[in-house]
Design a binder for this molecule. Structure first.
Ligand SMILES: CC(C)(COP(=O)(O)OP(=O)(O)OC[C@H]1O[C@@H](n2cnc3c(N)ncnc32)[C@H](O)[C@@H]1OP(=O)(O)O)[C@@H](O)C(=O)NCCC(=O)NCCS
Length: 154
C-alpha cells in the first residue's frame, strides 16, 4: 500500500524479494521476530522486533548511551481505513508489554522514525515513547528522531 511503501522498503520490493528477505526471519536464520497483527479476526498489519545490537544503524549513530539489552521494533497497519483510529498505538503498547518487555525482557525499546513521519511519531508517543534526540542526515536520505521507552519493570 502506498502509505506503507512511503516509509518501508521504499524500493517497492517484488514478491520474490519479499520472500528472500522475510523467509530467513521466519526460520530464525535472521534474528528478527515477526508477527502479523490481527484485528477482529482480520490480518491488518505487521510488527517485528530485534535487538539493536544486531542492526545498530541508524540508532547507534543517534544514541548517547548503552545499547545493551535494547530492542527496537517496526510496525505497519496495511489497511488505510484503519489508520488514525488508535490501532497502531494500541498494538505497539500491547506488543511492548507482551513481547519486548515480556518475552524478550529488554531493558528499553528504541525506535528511529523518519522525522517527517508524523503519524508514526505520534503513535509511538501515545504508546509510551519519549523523544530523545534527532539527527542530521543518516543513511543519506532522511533525518531521524530517536525515541525511547524504558522497561517499566527495570
Ligand atoms: C505508524 C502507523 C502504524 C500508526 O498507526 P495508526 O493506527 O494510524 O496510529 P494511531 O491512530 O494510534 O496514531 C496516529 C496518530 O498520528 C496522527 N497523525 C496522522 N497523520 C498525521 C499528520 N499528517 N499530522 C499530524 N498528526 C497525524 C493521528 O491523528 C493520530 O494521533 P491522535 O490520536 O492524537 O489524533 C501507521 O500510520 C502506518 O502503518 N504507517 C505506515 C508505516 C510506518 O510508517 N511505520 C512506522 C515506521 S517504522
Amino acid at each position: 500500500m502506498p502509505h506503507v511503501i512511503e516509509w518501508w522498503d521504499k524500493t517497492g520490493a517484488s514478491l520474490g524479494e519479499i520472500r528472500s528477505k522475510y523467509w530467513p526471519r521466519l526460520t530464525g536464520a535472521t534474528p528478527v521476530s515477526c508477527f502479523v497483527i490481527e484485528n477482529d479476526d482480520q490480518e491488518v498489519g505487521f510488527i517485528q522486533t530485534y535487538w539493536v545490537s544486531d542492526f545498530p544503524e541508524p540508532i547507534a549513530q543517534l544514541c548517547p548511551h548503552s545499547l545493551e539489552q535494547a530492542a527496537s521494533l517496526d510496525v505497519f497497519i496495511g489497511e488505510p481505513e484503519l489508520l488514525n483510529g488508535g490501532l497502531g498505538s494500541t498494538v505497539v503498547r500491547q506488543f511492548l508489554s507482551q513481547v519486548v518487555f515480556g518475552k524478550m525482557n529488554a531493558r528499553s525499546c528504541l525506535v528511529a522514525p523518519d522525522a517527517s513521519n508524523t503519524a508514526a511519531i505520534r503513535a509511538y508517543e501515545k504508546a509510551g515513547f519519549k523523544l530523545e534526540t534527532s539527527s542530521g542526515k543518516a543513511r543519506g536520505f532522511c533525518r531521524y528522531y530517536l525515541m525511547s521507552c524504558p522497561n517499566p519493570a527495570s
